[in-house]
Design a protein around this ligand. Structure first.
Ligand code: MG
Ligand code: MG
Length: 250
C-alpha cells in the first residue's frame, strides 16, 4: 500500500473541487421533494457539474450508469438513479456525489430525510454525521488510520446502530479511490501513521438494524439484508500539521 502525499497546491485544488461539490449538494437538496425521480436529481446535478467545467467522476466509473449514486431507505449506497424511483414523504435519500476539477477528485455524501420522518430515522441520520466528526477527531498527526475507524464504530454502536463492514472509506486525489482503505470499524492503533498531506474520504455507512448488506441483481445497489434503513455521511478531508481540513465543505 502506498499512500500519496499531496502538496499544498494540490490540496488547494482539492479544496476548490470540494467547494464546487458542496454547491452541487446544496442545489440537489433544494430539489429533494415528494414526486421528483432520482433520475431527475441526477440530471440536475450532472448539468450543474458540467456547467462548472468539471466532470462527474462516478459516470461510467467501472460502468456505473449515472453521475450520482442516489440510494433510498434500505439502500445503503450505489443506488442507480431511475425515472421509476419517485421520492416520497418519509424517505431517507442518500446522495453520494463526486466531481473532478483540474484533474483532482472530490467525494462526499449526505443523507436527507424527506418531510416528516420518524424519530429513529432522524437519529440514524444524526448519528451517521456525528460519527464522521468523532472519527476526524483522530485525523491528526500522532494517530494511526484505524483510530479514526474505531472512533466511528464506538459512536455508532453506542447509539444502538451498526456499521457496514463491506464498504470502506478511501484515499482520494488524482484517482477517486486511492490507498488506504478506511474501514468504519475495528480496533484502534492499526494501519499507517497519519501524515500531513494525506487526503482521505471518510464515509461512515450505518444501519438501523444488522450490519450485513447484499448487492441487488442490478450489480450495483447495496441494500441492508434485514430491510431496515441506512444512512451515509462523507467528506473529503486533508491531514495537516494541526486540525484536519474538511475540503468538501464551504
Ligand atoms: Mg462518495
Ligand atoms: Mg467515497
Amino acid at each position: 500500500m502506498s499512500v500519496s502525499i499531496k502538496s499544498e497546491h494540490e490540496i488547494e485544488l482539492m479544496r476548490h473541487a470540494g467547494h464546487l461539490l458542496e454547491q452541487v449538494h446544496d442545489e440537489l437538496a433544494s430539489h429533494i421533494k415528494p414526486g421528483i425521480s432520482t433520475k431527475e436529481l441526477d440530471r440536475i446535478g450532472e448539468d450543474m457539474i458540467r456547467s462548472m467545467g468539471c466532470i462527474p467522476n462516478f459516470k461510467n466509473y467501472q460502468g456505473f450508469p449515472a453521475s450520482f449514486c442516489i440510494s433510498l431507505n434500505d439502500e445503503v449506497v450505489h443506488g442507480i438513479p431511475s425515472r421509476h424511483k419517485i421520492i416520497q414523504e418519509g424517505d431517507l435519500v442518500k446522495i453520494d456525489a463526486g466531481l473532478i476539477y483540474k484533474g483532482y477528485h472530490s467525494d462526499s455524501a449526505k443523507t436527507h430525510g424527506v418531510g416528516v420522518i420518524s424519530e429513529e430515522d432522524r437519529k440514524l441520520i444524526e448519528v451517521a454525521k456525528e460519527s464522521f466528526y468523532e472519527g476526524i477527531k483522530f485525523a491528526k498527526l500522532g494517530y494511526r488510520l484505524s483510530d479514526i475507524s474505531h472512533a466511528i464504530q464506538a459512536h455508532v454502536e453506542k447509539h444502538g446502530f451498526s456499521v457496514v463492514r463491506d464498504l470502506v472509506g478511501h484515499g482520494v486525489g488524482v484517482d477517486l479511490h486511492e490507498d488506504p482503505q478506511i474501514p468504519n470499524y475495528g480496533p484502534a492503533g492499526k494501519g499507517p501513521r497519519l501524515q500531513e498531506g494525506m487526503v482521505l474520504a471518510i464515509e461512515p455507512m450505518i444501519n438501523a438494524g444488522r450490519y450485513q448488506v447484499k448487492t441487488l441483481a442490478d450489480g450495483w445497489t447495496i441494500v441492508t439484508v434485514d430491510g431496515k434503513k441506512s444512512a451515509h455521511y462523507e467528506h473529503t478531508i486533508a491531514i495537516t500539521n494541526d486540525e484536519p481540513i474538511i475540503l468538501s465543505s464551504l
